[in-house]
Design a protein around this ligand. Structure first.
Ligand SMILES: [Zn+2]
Length: 339
């Protein structure tokens, strides 16, 4: 992600492409999205692999407490991701292996995972990326419900050098979202379908540009648009494992979602957990915003003294706390419960 000091001038709106919604729309799965993309004339080359498991069973209750055990599990998962898949830069074999790791963690929790391989241009030539998603249908008439998209990138920032694990920047929210997916699969939202989206290639190689950074978010938004899937909200999660947690919502978020997040923080008894920031941030969520989808980012962009641990080898698991994941997890679930 990158912080913008001044408001950006008129971001170009997402242009709806003149492609009919594919027949697989009713399936409500992003597997269909990948097929639709592969069939589109301007699609980037893409292959898809779906990992199947039995469907998550809806539960009656929408009560979604995120426990300390959940947070401990999230931290352990972040640790495992860093240990097994560092680095995991977008467009690399190691990045694709990290995507497979996410999918297999979902599978191990009896949650279907979809892997969306795609090719995209980068400053160093065309590369293969892979997003991972899981869909958790609403408890009530999911075919009639809109979608909420939770987003975390899993890739590491390229070029930082030896020892950079992206423990907070990437791994912490990747793991947090795995545990949130487990909670939601056990107890789905009543009236919203949830798409958990782990993006590849959020980080840029050189400088954010149309073909450098946000690769996975762009691919996902393009696919959602092709399917004409109604998305009520996209919520970005980034850098939420910081032991000294203070979440900011960048100013370029959708006002009603910002208000909802503030109310959710109060509801869990943590009114000081988040601040409405005055600065704009470009992160995966802003690609959704550009497409006209209501979106906010939950991000702690103050990591270490003067943010000095961000994008450095100091971003290690030593600075990622289960308590922060506990607080962030409860905030996210409280937001979802209030939608
Ligand atoms: Zn980063």
């Amino acid at each position: 992600m990158t912080r913008l000091k001044r408001p950006a001038t008129n971001t170009p709106p997402f242009t709806k492409r003149n492609i009919a919604a594919p027949p697989l729309r009713a399936a409500l799965r992003l597997f269909a999205v990948t097929l639709a993309l592969a069939a589109s004339a301007d699609a980037i080359s893409l292959a898809s692999l779906r990992i199947n498991n039995r469907a998550a069973q809806p539960a009656a209750s929408a009560n979604l407490p995120f426990s300390q055990d959940d947070a401990n599990r999230a931290r352990a998962l972040a640790n495992e991701l860093c240990r097994k898949h560092t680095p995991r830069d977008g467009g690399t074999v190691q990045g694709l292996q990290a995507a497979e790791w996410i999918a297999h963690k979902l599978l191990a929790s009896n949650i279907d995972a979809d892997m969306h391989y795609f090719r995209d241009a980068t400053p160093e030539g065309e590369k293969t990326f892979c997003n991972v998603t899981c869909s958790i249908p609403a408890a009530n008439s999911p075919e009639r419900c809109a979608w909420v998209v939770l987003i975390s990138h899993f890739d590491t920032k390229p070029g930082i050098g030896r020892g950079f694990t992206g423990a907070n920047d990437g791994a912490s929210t990747t793991a947090l979202m795995l545990t949130i997916a487990e909670k939601l699969a056990a107890s789905p939202l009543e009236n919203f379908n949830v798409l958990c989206l782990w993006t590849d290639g959020e980080e840029c190689r050189r400088k954010y540009a149309p073909h450098d950074g946000f690769h996975g978010a762009r691919h996902a938004v393009h696919a959602l648009n092709l399917l004409d899937m109604p998305v009520a909200a996209a919520i970005g999660l980034d850098m939420l494992g910081d032991a000294d947690l203070h979440i900011e919502i960048p100013s370029n978020g959708t006002p009603h979602l910002k208000n909802l997040a503030v109310a959710a923080a109060r509801k869990i008894g943590e009114p000081n957990l988040l601040t409405l920031a005055s600065e704009r941030v470009r992160d995966d969520f802003s690609i959704f915003l550009d497409a006209g989808i209501p979106a906010i980012d939950l991000i702690d962009f103050d990591y270490g003294p003067d943010n000095s641990w961000w994008h450095t080898p100091a971003d290690t698991m030593a600075h990622v706390s289960a308590n922060s994941l506990f607080r962030a997890g409860n905030l996210v679930l409280a937001i979802l419960a209030q939608l």
